[in-house]
Structures are given as C-alpha cells and as structure tokens.
Design a protein around this ligand. Sequence first.
Ligand code: ADP
Ligand code: MG
Length: 328
Amino acid sequence: LRIPNPESRIPAAREFDLIERIRRRVASRADVVLGIGDDAALLAPPAGQLLVAAQDTLNIGVHFPPDTAPADIGWKALAVNLSDLAAMGAEPAWCLLSLSLPLADSDWIDGFLDGFCALADTHEVALVGGDTTRGPLSVSVAIHGFVPPGQALVRGGAQPGDEIWVTGDLGDAAAALAAGAAADARLRARLDRPTPRLAAGFALRGRATACIDISDGLLADLGHVLAASAVGAELEIADLPCSAALARACSGSQRWQFQLAGGDDYELCFTAPAARHSDIAAAMHAAATPATVIGRIVTAPGCRLSAPDGSDWQPPRRGYQHFSEVSE
Ligand code: ADP
Ligand code: MG
C-alpha cells in the first residue's frame, strides 16, 4: 500500500543523484550479471551451494545513538548483517540496501558509503540494489551468501557435555552506550564498528554443534540456542572475556551485567564437544580470532551462573528485547 503523500518521496532528480553516488562507489563481483540500475539485479549463485539470506535494520535512537557518524552507521548496517552470515558459517556475496532518509543529503550519503564500502570491500560483498525513500533515518540491509548443504551452523545442535565458547570480548558496546558522551573511545569504537566474525564462522563449519551471534546480549542469545537445542547451560562469570577498556571502566556486578546482558557485541557464541577443545582452539587461532570457553551445556534446562566465589548469581536483566518495557 502506498499512501498518496508527495512529501514521502525524495524528488526524482535528487533520488537519482543519491543512487548514482552509491552506484559509482560499489565494487562488483564476477557472479553479479546485472547490478544497480535496472528494475532488479541478476545474480549467478554457485552450483551445489545453499543460498543463505538474512536482513537486519538499524533505526536511529534504537540501534545507534543519534550522534553516530554517517560512516559508522554505514559500517554497522553491513556489519550486523555480515555477523548473521558468520553465525551460519556462510560466505557472504551480495547485499541490498534500503535507505530511509529525512533529507536527500549527498554529504551524508558519501560519509555513509565510506564506512559501508570499507567493510564491503574487505569481505568482497557486492551491493547489487536497494531502495531509497524519505522518512525517519533507517537503514536496512538484506544480505545473501552461500554454504555447502549440511554445513550451516544452526542453533539447535548443542549437546550436554559441549563446551560453550565466545569470540572476542563481551560488554564493551553496552558499556559505551551506558556511558553516552563520556564513553572511552575504545568502547565507543566497539559500539560503532563491530567486527563481524566471518573467518571464525567459516572455520567452525563441521566443528561447532550450534552457533549464534550475540546481538541482544549473551544470556538472551545463548537462551535461543538452549531453547532450540532443548538443553541448559552453566556459565562461569570469572571466565567471561573482558577487554582492558571494560576492566578500566567498571567492575563487579556492573561489569557482569554488561558482559551477560549488554547488546551489540556481535561476537559469536558457539558450542562444541569438549573432546574437540584443542581442535577448536587451533581453528580459532588459524582464523586470527580470540575465543574463550565460558561454560558447558547440561541436560537440566535454564542457565546457571556461578560467581567468582562459587555462589549462584542472578542478573537483574537478561538482555535487550524490542517491544517490551521491562526485560525478563
Ligand atoms: P524502481 O522504481 O524500479 O524500484 P529505483 O529508482 O527504486 O527503481 O531504483 C533504481 C535502481 O537503483 C535499482 O536497480 C535499485 O536496485 C537501485 N537502488 C535504489 N536505491 C538503492 C540503494 N539505496 N542502494 C543500492 N541500490 C539502490
Ligand atoms: Mg525501487
């Protein structure tokens, strides 16, 4: 349904100028038969692979603070989508970009493309189309990639006895968000420029029993793995990876809260048999990705947290949920 409001459209000439600015900047790939400029893109998926598709949207004030630089918005819009493909063990290939902009601002677009294209070029992802409309600032990316049949990393395969791993550090982005303008630059960079863990996801094919990316907080996202796998977990709070910047910024239960329930980390949380520990550690090393064991999968449902002194610990908040005033 299109509401007949002429104000809702960017003037045709300005829209064309924006799309042309985008088209000039994007790299192509051999499997893009026809990219930006026609009614739709024509793409040649490789024979024998599954097409993996994901889409994530960033809304101003919800997924990034209003003071976020356009280049950081561009980076993050693609990074969160690449993170979903990483969590599937997929190799990214193509994306589409839907932009809702309050103004047809060419400086904003150029800045946005600085961040977007830097990440797209690093991972050889081609932007093959999209849509440009007027409205509150919102950026939605749809991404496509490939994985061989039977090798995708899904949420439902965790088994009792598996170790629970996470890549990188936890809680930096949430600490930056909580600190607002006073945030440490290193923490703020983790909020604005998350690192999609594609090499790790790729290396986990055939190794991990389950995998998810941490967008809404460790407990919330691990909870999805536990539900899909019909298992429970025991986590050691003392083993949660913590960056030097987070250790400087906060301590004790406030830090645990960021590590366990803070969103926007975009690290991978995965499970693998304990017998494969050294194989996983070697694979993560080869993928140049730090990874830490934080607990184990158990039969009893739920997630038990052990504080460093050995006592059980209950977090006041388990993760970020859209559409709910108070998280569980
Ligand atoms: P149509 O009206 O046929 O949908 P558009 O004017 O919306 O055409 O788009 C023209 C071309 O530009 C299409 O190939 C479309 O995929 C591409 N395009 C539009 N907006 C974007 C964008 N934000 N990013 C990338 N490609 C875009
Ligand atoms: Mg269109």
